[in-house]
Write a protein that binds this ligand. Structure first.
Ligand SMILES: [Zn+2]
Length: 605
């Protein structure tokens, strides 16, 4: 190979590194792939292939194989050479993978963690020749904390945008921007008009609901009357109920019903207390009185099923980690119990295997899991979390100083300036009269003035104070909890659950640790308690009939028989037949009665 092919920077790298032979004696696999920017260059891949061979030789490595990927892509799926490389790692044929830089491998965090875990598990190292260093596992930890701080920053921003949106909806004057396509109304230039042909049905719906008819009955009758939706189909009972609940029909427009929830990353409904009502802004189709009567009747019918819906969501999305079944290899699925307990169970327990069997691995409760994982983590360096947090805050400070103006202030300010410009244009075109222009421009100037004043008072806009607020949050109880969750989340990659109550916890660094999982779920506890109660009864009395046990403990007969069966299987009690009229239970340890007297009466249990 002629050296003229190489770029200056890398050929220099060859020279300086040739003295320290860091790859000495290692079996190396070279992986070459072009980044998207390099793809444009002619023969870039050949150049890279040649230079990497030269570098490995200079560093004293033994080249086992070289993989040259022709295609680039962001996921690992299409790359065939990559797959062969992974097979080599699996079979431990190599000690080190040599690449130009991290972006040659993947551009997606999930694949990256998987890759690192795979190579660490097989004791293969990764050498980045552009940076002249080995990849170290602790680099992964730093990125975890950085991600948390970035998230907190955008969380704040999201809140501010939501607030600005709310303020705008409160201030509405004149025009309403409600849904275009409201049944019973027709939108015109200056507002909403009642569409009489549709309003007839609306009035009928309200009258029927107030009279005690349910959604399905109303829908049926109105279909017979000739009511159709705008796609010429039947109106469903769900739609009927929705029409009844819509306050628009009594002339009230409701705004600010939803907002963007940062934690759930989607549009969410807000509680009714936060809704903004604009009364009498639209011609009413039904009277306030009838509207209320119809809704009261609807709510009375609804109350039965309501209890179920009131289940609250947990405020923060908890683990995003992967839990795997150690018995069948299926992924664990997250479920929420009736009491709000979050638990995980094997997917094959919820769904049958192809052969019809169900996996019977243990259920894992998040409440019990998290302290366990955190306990393990605390043994590692707590001080390092603090340093990384401070590093992240410093980084954020730099960013904030560059952009001191809050985003929604800039947006709102820009909007007002635009308005002013438009007004002037209209005035010059003669659309707006002298007096109107004067009034409007004064109002606008006042608004702009007010906003700037408020922004000055708004201390969160100053980077120092915003940073202070974020720092305060991070060190508050709530923030520490978030840091804790983030650390656990960002350092863990996978948990494997074994049926004998053991967990294998794998970290992103590739390390694995076994730990016991103690199951102390409330239901199990209660079961244990009732068995203990029965055992205590046998301490005071050697022989007891089922009826007697039921009387002393207060449990049902069926419940007791189940516990007794368990005790019998453990060989602690036995059933003694007393002739035709049944028998009683006896404590085995007392040994008063001879074995010949005991007869198995399987029918009893
Ligand atoms: Zn399973």
């Amino acid at each position: 190979m002629r050296s003229g092919l190489w770029q200056c920077s890398t050929s220099k790298a060859v020279q300086t590194m040739s003295e320290e032979k860091v790859l000495s004696g290692m079996r190396c696999a070279i992986y070459n792939r072009c980044s998207t920017t390099e793809e444009a260059q002619n023969r870039a891949i050949e150049t890279q292939a040649a230079e990497s061979v030269e570098i490995v030789q200079a560093l004293g490595g033994v080249i086992c194989c070289q993989y040259i990927e022709q295609e680039s892509g962001t996921t690992t799926k299409k790359r065939t050479q990559y797959a062969s490389l992974m097979a080599d790692v699996q079979q431990e044929r190599i000690d080190c993978i040599v690449i130009k830089s991290i972006d040659r491998l993947m551009r997606n965090a999930g694949d990256w963690h998987e890759f690192i875990q795979h190579i660490t598990a097989h004791h293969v190292r990764l050498y980045l020749y552009l940076e002249r260093k080995f990849y170290e596992p602790q680099d992964a930890f730093l990125s975890g904390i950085k991600a948390l701080i970035a998230e907190q920053y955008s969380r704040e921003l999201s809140q501010k945008v939501n607030n600005a949106h709310k303020r705008r909806q409160k201030k509405i004057d004149g025009k309403l921007t409600v849904n275009n396509n409201v049944y019973g109304y027709r939108k015109e230039k200056d507002g909403y008009r009642i569409e009489e042909t549709e309003a007839v049905y609306i009035r009928r719906i309200y009258a029927m609901s107030a009279g005690g008819a349910g959604g399905r009955k109303i829908a049926k009758e109105l279909y017979a009357m000739g009511m159709r939706n705008r796609k010429n189909g039947a109106v469903s009972d769900v739609t009927v109920r929705r029409l009844i609940q819509n306050p628009l029909y009594k002339g009230t427009a409701v705004m600010h019903k939803t907002h963007y929830d940062f934690e759930l990353k989607k549009q969410c409904c807000l509680p009714k207390e936060q809704w903004i009502y604009h009364e009498n802004r639209i011609p009413a189709i039904v009277s306030e009185k009838l509207w209320q009567a119809a809704n009261d009747a609807l709510n009375a019918r609804k109350s039965k099923s309501q209890a179920k819906e009131q289940k609250e969501r947990s405020p923060l999305p908890q683990h995003c980690l992967k839990i795997v079944c150690g018995k069948c290899g299926c992924a664990y699925c997250k479920r929420t119990g009736s009491a709000g307990n979050v638990y995980w169970m094997c997917g094959r327990q919820l769904e049958k295997n192809p052969d019809g069997t169900v996996c019977k691995n243990i259920t894992v409760y998040e409440k019990e899991l998290e302290p366990l994982l955190w306990e393990q983590f605390q043994k590692e360096d707590m001080e390092s979390i603090k340093t990384q947090t401070e590093n992240g805050l410093l980084l954020l400070e730099k960013v904030l100083k560059k952009n001191p103006c809050s985003k929604d202030f800039c947006m709102e300010y820009g909007r007002l300036r635009e308005k002013k410009k438009n007004l002037l244009q209209k005035y010059m075109d003669g659309i707006v009269s002298d007096s109107d222009y004067k009034l409007a421009s004064e109002m606008l100037a006042q608004q702009i003035n007010q906003m700037t004043e408020q922004e000055k008072r708004n201390d969160t806009a100053k980077p120092g104070q915003r940073l202070f607020a974020i720092r305060q949050y991070l060190y508050s109880e709530e923030g520490q909890e978030a840091v804790r969750q983030a650390v656990v989340q960002n350092t863990l990659s996978e948990i494997t659950v074994y049926p004998d109550n053991r967990l294998c916890v794998c970290y992103r660094t590739g390390a694995c640790r076994m730990m016991p999982y103690r199951h102390i779920h409330a239901k199990m506890k209660k079961r244990q308690e009732s068995i203990q109660k029965i055992e205590q009864l046998f301490l005071s009395q050697n022989r007891l009939t089922t009826a007697e046990i039921a009387e002393y403990t207060g449990y049902s007969r069926g419940n007791i028989l189940q516990k007794l069966k368990e005790l019998k299987q453990q060989g602690r009690i036995r059933y003694v037949s007393m002739g035709k009229n049944g028998g009683c239970w006896e404590d085995v340890s007392t040994g008063i009665h001879q074995d010949k007297q005991t007869k198995k009466t399987d029918g009893q249990i």
